[in-house]
Structures are given as C-alpha cells and as structure tokens.
Design a protein around this ligand. Structure first.
Ligand SMILES: Nc1nc2c(ncn2[C@@H]2O[C@H](COP(=O)(O)OP(=O)(O)O)[C@@H](O)[C@H]2O)c(=O)[nH]1
Ligand SMILES: [Mg+2]
Ligand SMILES: [Zn+2]
Length: 307
C-alpha cells in the first residue's frame, strides 16, 4: 500500500491512502537508527509504503520514498540536529501582514531565500487588507512591485472578510502547499476562509507562549475539498538555512541570479567585483535596494556564527 503522511506527532503517524481513507501507522524501528541528523525520520508530505500489521490491527511504514524537497529547522537553537517541517512541497506561501503586526521585509527575504535554497517555489500573501489605510495600500503597491520584479507573485487578501481569495484558491488546488509566517499573521484564519468547515483555532496561541516549545509544536496538513493540501506551520519564526554555504546565497535571489551571466566573473558575489551586472542594475534602479540590502545581510550572516 502507498500513502501520504499527513500527521506525525510522535509514535503515531497518520497516513492517507490513495482511496482517501486514513490509517494510524508505526514506523519500522530501523528508520530511527539510520536517520540521526533529524529528530523525526518521517515528516508530513512523505510518500511511504505500508504493510499491514495484523498483530496490532494497524500498519507499519516500511519505506519512505526519496523526497523531492523538504524544509527544516533546528530542533533547538544550538542543536546540530534538525527537524523536518514538511516534505515534497509544491509551493510555499508566506502569509504576511502590513498591519497588526507588520512583517518586516528582512523576514520576508529570509523566508524567500530559504525556499529558493530548498528549491520550493514561493509566493507572498499579504493578509488583513481590511485594515489597510491609504498609506498601507501604497506600501503594499510598492512592495508588490519589488517582489514582482524579483519574480514572486503577491496576493492581497482579507481572511476576515473573505476578500480576493479566488486567485489563491485556484493555485492551491491539487498541490501540497506550505503556509508559513509569524504567529498572528492569519495563517489559520486564511485556511478557514479558504475552506470553511475546518474550524482551525485562531488567535489563541501567542508568540511568547511558543518560545522554547519548538519540539512540541507540529505542522498540520489540511486536505482541500477540491484536492490538494495546505500545511499550516504554527509558531515558526524563522526557517534556518541549515547546512548552507555562503556561495549558495546568490542563486537564492532570482533577480540577481538572472544577471550573473552578465557579470565579469562567473563566481561574482555582487559585492566588490568589477564589471558586476547586479551593481550596475542597482545603479539603474532595476534591482531593488531593499532586496540588495537583504542580500548583503544574509550573505554576511551565512559567513558568520549562525550560518
Ligand atoms: N482584521 C483582520 N484580522 C485578521 C485577519 N486574518 C486573521 N486575523 C486575526 O489575526 C489574529 C491571528 O490569526 P491566526 O489565523 O490565528 O494567525 P496565525 O497565528 O498565523 O495562524 C486573529 O485574531 C485573527 O482573527 C484579517 O484578514 N483581517
Ligand atoms: Mg495558526
Ligand atoms: Zn555580480
């Protein structure tokens, strides 16, 4: 039997079979020993092979198919071990707000870099448009131009009012989608608005409460009526760029990566080199200063202590 892991919270793993039925499974002991780099050898989104376990009346996962991609974070701040948040993602959406509380562009860029790093296409969803003043609407337009220029689609929605959800709904269909963002951005509210009836709890868990609870909060996968899934990731402040080398950062800024072929040096870091097409584009206003500054900051961090 083949299945898709939709929940993994400890000793029980919930698997969706191809006919849509769900089964609680256990993992064959061998996986725990083999995979010492991760706290969880099986993650939501994993495609697995099952064998019935007649003795216990359920099933055992015998094979985890190779992952197309996955997104991880450190199990704890200082740990070398990481936790796989989800695997086999078709698309990652960062839910951001310009109001209550405003998501910083630094955070947005770090998220986008991480998604690029893991080869997961990403988009931005600006939520809570019902709270936007004229000033915030202008800010949105400005940011939309910057991110569109870099190659990212932006959606502007209100989960509360159910505004502008159609375009987003149609791209979610049939895919495995990750919803990420600061606590309070409206991820759960948005999933409820996209699919009424799920009744996911909103607004109850504070960011403060989640501090130090990294290993006990789990991502959840919600199945959409029209096919496809949304993975809701609670309390994730930052996806760590674990195991990233500084030289991988330039390719994670698509607008800069596209220009690399015109740089004088093929390994140009777009910082100090002569004949740099990115710096020329920056001077002409074709690459955004905001994005370039994020690039420098991430590049600097990647060489430094947090890597
Ligand atoms: N005004 C407004 N509030 C929203 C909107 N979406 C979510 N909220 C509120 O923001 C708070 C956090 O939402 P929640 O979905 O729990 O955020 P999550 O932590 O990202 O899952 C709740 O009080 C929601 O009611 C929206 O579009 N407009
Ligand atoms: Mg939530
Ligand atoms: Zn360059």
């Amino acid at each position: 039997m083949e299945g898709l892991v939709i929940k993994s919270t400890g000793s029980w793993i919930r698997v969706r079979l191809e006919d849509g039925s769900k089964l609680n499974c256990r993992l064959k002991g061998q996986f725990r020993i083999q995979d010492i780099k991760h706290t969880n050898p099986v993650a939501i989104g994993d495609r697995v092979v099952l064998e019935p376990d007649i003795q216990h009346g359920n099933a055992v996962i015998t094979t985890i198919h190779p992952r197309d991609n996955y997104i991880i974070r450190k199990a704890t701040k200082l740990s070398k071990v990481s936790h796989i948040i989800a695997a086999n993602l078709d698309h990652a959406y960062l839910i951001v707000t310009l109001a209550e509380p405003r998501t910083s562009t630094g955070f947005i860029d770090r998220f986008l870099v991480t998604a690029e790093g893991y080869y997961i296409p990403a988009s931005l969803v600006f939520n809570k448009t019902d709270l936007y003043t004229a000033e915030l609407t202008n800010l949105y337009e400005e940011l939309k131009n910057i991110y569109k220029g870099a190659g990212y689609t932006c959606y502007a929605v209100s989960a509360l009012k159910g505004t502008n959800l159609e375009a987003l709904k149609s791209v979610l269909k049939g895919r495995i989608n990750l919803f990420a963002g600061h606590s309070g951005a409206g991820k759960s509210a948005l999933i409820n608005a996209i699919q009424p009836g799920l009744d996911i709890r909103t607004g109850e868990i504070s960011e403060v409460h989640l501090k130090g609870m990294h290993t006990t909060t789990f991502a959840e996968m919600h199945e959409l009526y029209g096919g496809g899934f949304i993975v809701d990731t609670p309390g994730i402040r930052e996806f760590g760029l674990i195991d990233f080398e500084p030289q991988e950062i330039p390719r994670c800024f698509p607008e800069m990566d596209r220009l690399l072929q015109y740089c004088q040096y093929k390994n140009c870091t777009h910082t100090h080199e002569p004949g740099c097409a990115v710096k020329n584009a920056l001077d002409r206003g074709e690459v955004s200063h905001l994005r370039y500054n994020s690039y420098l900051s991430i590049l600097n961090d990647s060489a430094g202590p947090y890597k």
